[in-house]
Design a protein around this ligand. Structure first.
Ligand code: AMP
Ligand code: ZN
Length: 121
């Protein structure tokens, strides 16, 4: 069925979506969930994820583009809500080992409340 096809057993973030693992939820709608990172790298560190399981950016299909737009749109809305929009903030997706991905359910990091260097390390 729709849910079991899109929900991955043994995926940490799918468990956060179904609330079998607790998280500090910042925003939720039918398509996306945003929650505080458990190990924040900045005063604001929110993870924004799709409610369907997609392992990495490499696994995106054309049908996901609207959903990805919603993740980015949510980052902008939350930046305003959390008061980091004017100073500025960092958003990023990590992909696979070299990109620093550790949880294999795509997530957009929203970081703010301090200055970030560029280029990243
Ligand atoms: P990445 O390294 O890009 O895959 O990011 C994974 C992020 O998930 C890291 O910043 C972790 O701190 C965060 N994380 C891992 N477990 C949890 C959890 N149970 N709740 C919230 N964030 C988590
Ligand atoms: Zn998942």
């Amino acid at each position: 069925n729709y849910w079991s096809d899109r929900h991955m057993e043994n995926c940490l973030f799918c468990k956060i979506i179904d609330k079998s693992i607790p998280s500090n939820i910042v925003y939720e709608n039918d398509n996306v969930l945003a929650f505080n990172d458990i190990n924040p790298e900045a005063p604001v560190h929110v993870l924004i994820i799709p409610k369907i399981h997609i392992s990495t950016l490499n696994d995106l299909k054309k049908e996901h583009v609207g959903l990805l737009g919603e993740l980015v749109f949510t980052a902008g809305i939350l930046a305003k809500k959390l008061g980091i929009d004017k100073d500025g903030y960092r958003t990023n997706f990590n992909c696979n080992d070299a990109g620093g991905q550790t949880v294999y359910h795509i997530h957009l990091h929203l970081l703010g409340g301090r200055c970030f260097s560029w280029p990243p390390g």
